[in-house]
Ligand binder design. Sequence first.
Ligand code: NAD
Length: 374
Amino acid sequence: MRIAVLKERAPGETRVAATPETVKKFLALGAGVAVEEGAGAAASITDAAYREAGADVVPGPQAVEEADIVLGIQAPDVMALAGARPGAMVAALFDPFARGDRVQAYADAGFEALSMEFMPRITRAQSMDVLSSQSNLAGYKAVLAAANVYGRAFPMMMTAAGTVQAAKVFVMGVGVAGLQAIATAKRLGAQVSATDVRSATKEQILSLGAKPIFVENVAGIEGEGSGGYATEMSEEYKAAQAELVSGHIAKQDIVITTALIPGRPAPRLISDEQIASMKAGSVIFDLAVAQGGNVEGAAADDVVERHGVKIVGYSNTAGHLAADASALFARNHYNFLSAFWDKEAGKPVLDEEIGNAVRLTQGGRIVNERLGSA
Ligand code: NAD
């Protein structure tokens, strides 16, 4: 059983799918691990560290040769997998709704594509969930990035020269990233408020010491769909939310938006008109910018200034914390494959619940229900 870890090819990708720690753990399961030269460089992991852990560190084509499992952050193009065993498993982010072409290429090449973003949100799979591990870091980094371009301080400071007021931070979307954004802004001393379409988040916001901002008295606003994710909201709800947010947003210094709906473009939460109502010098960080953006005018990896408000967003926020993001992603991969490791077969044998959720392609076909082809 050979596991290959390739250097990420996607522009701006700094993370790596295995660390010396997980290499050792895979070796302990009886697998061999080959790592492409330089794979960990952007995450501050040297080739020597992988070698010390017991990996073969070799050029890319050699790393993938005879591989039974390929681990990635973002799925490589099938061309990079030439030489892997027929039917090899490839576990990575596939962006399956947007990249149907890649899913089809994997099916045509006969690989078993395992989409880490399709990991079910069940207790048993929490330790395998890359969306959570990466969103948590992204929520933290979003607040730091916003603080960095904000020309004022976050905490209230009473000095001999006078008082500096605490920054007002508003977090929109209270999933994993939003919760960490609230906690981080609180730690920095800001006055924090937050909103979500899922009413279950109200209590979580309060438990972090922040103020919930919620639309009340609109029919059908539960907002929670399958797997704890948000659903698309009614027009009536959207109008009520826009009104409430408009009033609140005008008084904020920093807004962090994190709202996503699986399989759809990110919902638009902040219009140009709302941006214009904010004070000059305010900052918005759009964590959903790579999925279409929550904020009008946001551009990935750029600071856009509109009406004196700076709008920031990264295409790969977790990638700005490459070492920690890699360490957690690599553990997610290990927790996933080792949970299903069949000692006799010497390889992972996925069960139905998790296997069917994450498997996109097998035996030359697209086999995932969410892609409408099972
Ligand atoms: P996400 O990244 O899909 O979305 C971010 C947040 O944006 C969500 O809270 C969503 O409700 C919110 N949102 C969507 N549209 C919005 C709008 N128009 N206005 C305001 N907010 C909007 O969410 P996530 O971080 O992946 O978390 C989704 C759920 O899954 C949460 O309930 C989380 O606790 C749960 N979860 C469970 C597990 C597990 O049990 N294994 C693991 C991780 C997350």
